[in-house]
Design a protein around this ligand. Structure first.
Ligand code: SF4
Length: 298
């Protein structure tokens, strides 16, 4: 039987990540002397973070204080976004803020703020510790305390259920990289608790396309390989989805393939996809190694 390796069309950098990486490098190229920092890792990939560092772009985890005679420089806000209060704090310190929050994340922030302003109890479907969700929640909380993050149906506790029952209206938005099935499950549970429910499916177009295409590819593959950081929400979700369809391995780089050499050599049709923060060179080296392993009789 002829062996094959198929790469999904929507694998690797999404438009939000691409814009963040390219714009940050461009800022440095145009301002070689000015200090440039990014608050938090620009993307979940250590090679890219090291490349930025070599270019003189610092990754910081809290904003350093600028002293009166110093030039603070530029502080870049990554595609995940940041709470408005934090952006204001950075600007007040004297930094020029370049906000590279993805346009799709901005839309979720906007929708959550509108719902909170209108007096709805707001449910954000996502992971509470994820920076994108933290920023959406913080911005909505500027208008109401009734803002809750739910990642799973089990997180709708008795206490939250009674608040939902008492609310005039409940509004739902979703982290951009959620799985549609999880959003649907949570919406079904909320429907049973409230009379007025407004649901905004804010999963971004890039995530939907990537997940749908990977599902189709998995149906015709006896092995799926997901490439990308294990810290990345969208990459981890991809692997979770595909595990329910076919045998799936999640690796960060080609070196990790060494532990799966036997599985790869036995696979006839291999599908490959990658998360939104996986650079093309990482995907290319995985494809190269897969080809060698698949054709090697172990
Ligand atoms: S995954 Fe979607 S929301 Fe997030 S940066 Fe990419 S395009 Fe934007």
């Amino acid at each position: 039987m002829k062996k094959s390796i198929t790469l999904a069309k929507h694998a690797g950098f999404c438009y939000g990540v691409k814009r963040a990486v390219e714009t940050t490098k461009k800022i440095k190229a145009e301002n070689p002397i000015r200090p440039i920092c990014v608050l938090g890792e620009l993307i979940h990939n250590s090679d890219v973070i090291n490349e930025l560092s070599d270019l003189g772009i610092k990754t910081v985890y809290d904003v350093p204080t600028c002293f009166s005679n110093d030039e603070c420089g530029v502080c870049v806000i990554r595609s995940h976004g940041l709470a408005q209060s934090e952006i204001d704090r950075i600007a007040e310190k004297g930094y020029e803020v370049v906000d590279l929050t993805c346009i799709d994340v901005k839309k979720v922030q906007q929708k959550a703020m509108e719902l909170a302003k209108d007096g709805s109890l707001v449910i954000i479907v996502g992971k509470s510790e994820h920076p994108e969700v933290m920023a959406i929640s913080a911005n909505a909380r500027m208008f109401s305390d009734d803002v809750y993050v739910v990642s799973d149906v089990d997180e709708i506790t008795d206490e939250l259920s009674s608040k939902i029952r008492m609310a005039k209206c409940v509004g739902v938005v979703s982290q951009t990289t959620q799985q549609i099935e999880n959003l649907q499950k949570i919406v079904a549970a909320l429907t049973a608790l409230t009379k007025e429910l407004k649901v905004y499916n804010t999963i971004c177009a890039s995530t939907s396309k990537r997940q749908n295409e990977a599902r189709e590819l998995a149906k015709n593959s006896d092995l799926m390989v997901v490439v990308g950081s294990k810290k990345s929400a969208n990459t981890t979700h991809l692997a979770e989805i595909l595990k329910n369809i076919t045998q799936t391995i999640h690796i960060e780089n080609e070196q990790e393939l060494d532990s799966y050499a036997k599985i790869v050599s036995k696979a006839v049709s291999i599908g490959v996809t990658a998360g939104a923060s996986t650079p093309q060179n990482v995907i290319d080296s995985v494809l190269k190694k897969l080809e060698i392993q698949q054709n090697h009789n172990l």
